[in-house]
Ligand binder design. Structure first.
Ligand code: ZN
Length: 223
């Protein structure tokens, strides 16, 4: 497949765990979520949108999944292995149910920390322990990672490849290439209007913004 647009959902509805600092803008209402899915379905090719969920919130299975299934859409769920079974997060049964429903399961690490700031041993643990825990639950290989906070660098990308991941999803915005290791996405936020979501889905970006993105990605990939 050629270029696609990647979008990220985090939490939907009312969170049933204390939120991290800065997390609230990424929680959206069920109505807003349904609206975004309907916008995707109205596109000439809904499969050109790569839908993902980060953090492994309980709302992934309670709200995320049923509305995807109603619309025959598929998504990838990037789960934090350290939160599995905790209040407000997915448990092993829910992860298996997502997988059985044809959804993709990937790693978002163990503890929701910025990978770029970790020492090599701690980074290795984030990438390998989360992968092992999810592989045990899913009884399948886990080969995709969602990078927490989109915070990566050349050493992070090398560590992901050494840990056996085939692809890593960032949050650099713009289009993604399905054949590339690094796949940029854009987060849906509560403050976004249908028009701003429409701009994301059609990858409309000013030239200045596109240039900033290219330079930012090149810098992170190289250093
Ligand atoms: Zn996250």
């Amino acid at each position: 497949m050629a270029k696609r647009i990647g979008i990220i959902f985090h939490g939907i509805g009312t969170p049933d765990r204390p939120l991290e600092p800065g997390e609230a803008p990424y929680w959206i209402s069920t109505d807003q979520y349904r609206g975004v899915l309907d916008q995707i379905c109205a596109l000439p090719d809904p499969d050109a949108v790569c839908i993902s969920f980060d953090d492994g919130n309980r709302s992934d299975i309670e709200i995320g999944l049923p509305h995807l299934q109603e619309r025959n859409l598929r998504a990838d769920f990037f789960v934090l292995s350290g939160r599995i079974g905790k209040p407000g997060s997915l448990d092993a049964t829910a992860i298996t149910a997502l997988r059985d429903a044809g959804m993709g399961i990937g790693s978002h690490g163990v503890d929701h920390v910025a990978w770029n700031k970790l020492a090599p041993d701690a980074l290795k643990r984030e990438l390998e322990l989360s992968r092992d825990v999810l592989e045990n639950i899913c009884n399948a290989r886990i080969t995709a990672a969602g990078i927490p906070f989109g915070d990566y660098s050349a050493p992070v990308l090398s560590a992901l490849q050494r840990a056996g991941y085939d692809c890593a999803y960032s949050s650099d915005g713009g289009r993604m290439d399905d054949a590339a290791f690094l796949r940029p996405r854009t987060s849906v936020q509560a403050a976004m209007t249908a028009a701003s979501v429409g701009s994301i889905l059609s990858a409309r970006q000013s030239i200045a913004r596109r240039m900033r993105r290219m330079v930012g990605m090149a810098r992170k990939r190289l250093f």
